[in-house]
Design a protein around this ligand. Structure first.
Ligand code: OGA
Ligand code: MN
Length: 207
């Protein structure tokens, strides 16, 4: 069954990014697809396919649990029907962002992420000092019945004194301009699952 992303949802995301640099859609994909993606993330974790996430880039990359404690696995096309449907949906979003905001987004890189209890990700910005290709961040949460006391909120620092905490509830998609919004993941008290990705522009281009 192909997913038909409703145009109003895509255009709301485009408008939100243009107006305030971030957007949140509580029901981005059908529940059945979210459950399939959550099951796949858990299966990959049980098979030992997720690895401790690094900080930094290339050879400078190192695992530092004092900064981030999640375990990740990058996605490739053709691995499963559920993942491919997610990638197709994200490509529709990429096209909508290009049409509405002229961002020139060329591709999308993404990984499953699992934060075990106690794991967190300290405040950071999703852009490397030596690589500015990441333009838009998109996180799809996969946790059914997440309660505020489970922790694990995404805290976004929107302005001097304005911060917003987002519950990582199943089906919810958060999108923001990668270079503009510092954010952190608060410690979770149960496994916290997501698909995290970045729309990228071509490298070495002035903008
Ligand atoms: C990241 C990140 C936020 C989240 O992986 O860079 O900030 O809510 N993730 O999972
Ligand atoms: Mn981040």
């Amino acid at each position: 069954m192909p997913i038909c992303l409703e145009y109003p949802m895509l255009s709301t995301i485009v408008d939100d990014l243009a107006n305030r640099g971030w957007s949140r859609q509580p029901f981005f994909l059908p529940e059945a697809l979210i459950s399939a993606l959550a099951a796949e993330c858990r299966h990959r974790a049980a098979e030992g396919e997720l690895s401790p996430a690094g900080v930094g880039r290339g050879t400078g990359q190192e695992v530092r649990e004092a900064i981030r404690g999640d375990r990740i696995q990058w996605l490739e096309p053709g691995e499963s029907e559920a993942c491919d449907r997610y990638l197709t949906a994200m490509d529709s979003l990429r096209q909508a962002l290009n049409q509405g905001l002229y961002l020139g987004l060329e591709d999308f890189e993404c990984h499953f992420a699992l934060y075990p209890p106690g794991a967190f990700y300290r405040r950071h910005v999703d852009r490397f000092r030596d690589d500015d290709r990441r333009a838009v961040s998109a996180i799809l949460y996969l946790n059914e019945n997440w309660q505020p006391q489970d922790g694990g909120q995404l805290r976004m620092f929107l302005a001097e004194d304005a911060q917003l905490d987002v519950q990582p509830e199943a089906g919810s998609l958060v999108v923001f301009l990668s270079g503009d919004i510092p954010h952190e993941v608060l410690p979770a008290r149960r496994d916290r699952l997501s698909l995290t990705g970045w729309f990228r522009r071509r490298g070495n281009e002035p903008f």
